[in-house]
Design a protein around this ligand. Structure first.
Ligand code: SF4
Ligand code: F3S
Length: 108
């Protein structure tokens, strides 16, 4: 499966969802995740993200290993819904680009 990394939090550009052939992205208030039960490993989404926030599961950086389980968990969150079409990124995304420690700002 592919995994959305912390960098997406508070940015959420959504270019990724446009290319997914199985529509397996699920979004919350300031982040989105890939449902590992639905992802078919096509790899189309990875190059679409303008801030490089998507990786294959076996290429997730060591310090972000927790993101694999978090994608699976949040994809089942009752308030998180499927997202199929791109929209504008979050208004202050430029300010948050590349900031460390974004997991603390995840809204569920
Ligand atoms: Fe969708 Fe393919 Fe990305 Fe999986 S790898 S989330 S199927 S676009
Ligand atoms: Fe997030 Fe990148 Fe998609 S910022 S919403 S993973 S295009």
């Amino acid at each position: 499966t592919f995994v959305v990394l912390e960098d997406c939090i508070r940015c959420k550009h959504t270019d990724c969802v446009e290319v997914c052939p199985v529509d397996c992205f699920y979004e919350g208030p300031n982040f989105l995740v890939i449902n590992p039960d639905e992802c078919i490993d096509c790899a189309l989404c990875e190059p679409e993200c303008p801030i490089d926030a998507i990786r294959a599961e076996d290429e997730v950086p060591a310090e972000q290993q927790h993101m694999t389980a978090l994608n699976a968990e949040l994809a089942r969150h009752p308030n998180w819904t499927q997202i199929r079409e791109a929209r504008e990124p979050l208004p202050d995304h430029e300010q948050w680009r590349g900031k460390p420690g974004k997991l603390a700002f995840l809204d569920r």
